[in-house]
Ligand binder design. Sequence first.
Ligand code: SAH
Ligand code: SF4
Ligand code: F3S
Length: 471
Amino acid sequence: MSQLTQKVFNPQTLLDKTMDESRQGSAYEGLGTGKKRAYVETYGCQMNFSDTEIVASVLADSGFGFTKNEKEADLVLLNTCSIRENAESQIWKRLEYFKSIKKRNPGLMVGVLGCMAERLKKKLLDESGLVDLVVGPDAYRTLPVLIEEVESGQRAVNVLLSREETYADLAPVRLNTNGVSAFITIMRGCDNMCSFCVVPFTRGRERSRDPESIVREATDLYQNGYREVTLLGQNVDSYKYESVSFAGLLEKVALVASDLRVRFSTSHPKDITEDVVETMARYENICNFIHLPVQSGSSRILEMMNRGYSREWYLEKIKMIRGFIPNIGLSTDIIAGFCSETEDEHRQTLSLMEEVKFDSAFMFFYSQRPGTLAARKYSDDVPEEIKKRRLAEIIELQNRLSRESNQNDVGKTFKVLIEGDSKRSKNDFCGRNDQNKMVVFPKDDLSLQPGDYVSVYITSSTGATLIGQAV
Ligand code: SAH
Ligand code: SF4
Ligand code: F3S
């Protein structure tokens, strides 16, 4: 699952925007009217961003309004990530900051949600002395009761994990959205035990959400003007609900509307099946893009990581995928400097990257997480400078591969779903092509608007973007 940068959840601007963008429907109506106001920040992966939309729905139902100004808030919530040490230290800094605000406003309630809440539990209350509320990812329905407890002067914790909770019946309040593209969580938790990873501990056992509620959500989104849904799970290929497999689910969602794009994340190399890839090839609206985290190019390291595949197996999967879909867009995740990784094994990662030619990648150096298999079994023995140097080499190589991949697209024409104004200029639109590449082009055609499809001829490129002209 790709890591998003921290975003301040800003419902008020979205509310304003909604008023003049009819395609967004009435999702925000009434949201700004509650007496008590909440301010929420989200960190970590797309699933956390998707969870914040569930949290917003629970809060709105219990009469909360929202503010984008933390100084006006009665309740501050941080939806947190534990994946690497860095992720957590960022949160500790934020908590220190909110301590200063609390001094001026002693009534302010501060809550920690998400993976760090689950990992640290009560410790968060004890150690910080500034958190009032700790709520794990499966306990968001209990937020209103917990908030009441805090209001009555207690501190409240619920970090129970569930084997069933999928929040299937809750209508997410679409906060992190451009009105075109939305996330749909299809499963929660993870049953893999990758030795480096904290997620199985923070998110609990894997469970799939029923397909009817997923299709209903996709249909609602489509009717509200959305043109792209991303199906989310830590390992979507192991989705299973009664007789419906992930391939079956993909097909059901693809059938919602032929102009609703379907994406998904994350796939696991050991679990992705021919069925899934064949289904992708069969439906034009299932995007030709797969995020397939490899983590390492060395079979020995992969074994220690408990990933369940070897270098050769991974390369075979890529071959299978390209057999069905020659123009597939591919991205990956890579960890540099895992326990005992040698220089030669690091070079195997570089050579695998070169061989696959990923279009993009999320790259990290190994960060030991307490309680994980790797922390218990292996020594975190690659010195930090070496980890960082290896990571730098990986990033440099990927930058070149991304540049080359984009350069290859110059002269091609792509169908682009317009997402909105480009970041750099209000005179340009941006949107992505089927392969998930960002395309920027001038707004020459005045009738075009976000949510429309347009053919764009690519005239130049950078490492991150394709630049073109609508045709
Ligand atoms: N479910 C997804 C991954 C979720 S975490 C999958 O199986 O691919 C996203 C990425 O963070 C992982 O793919 C991995 O590359 C990275 N990551 C996870 N734990 C890490 C750790 N302890 N140190 C460094 N990177 C880590
Ligand atoms: Fe973590 Fe592995 Fe599960 Fe991904 S598949 S969330 S890396 S344990
Ligand atoms: Fe996601 Fe971070 Fe949790 S990556 S699942 S928010 S540990």
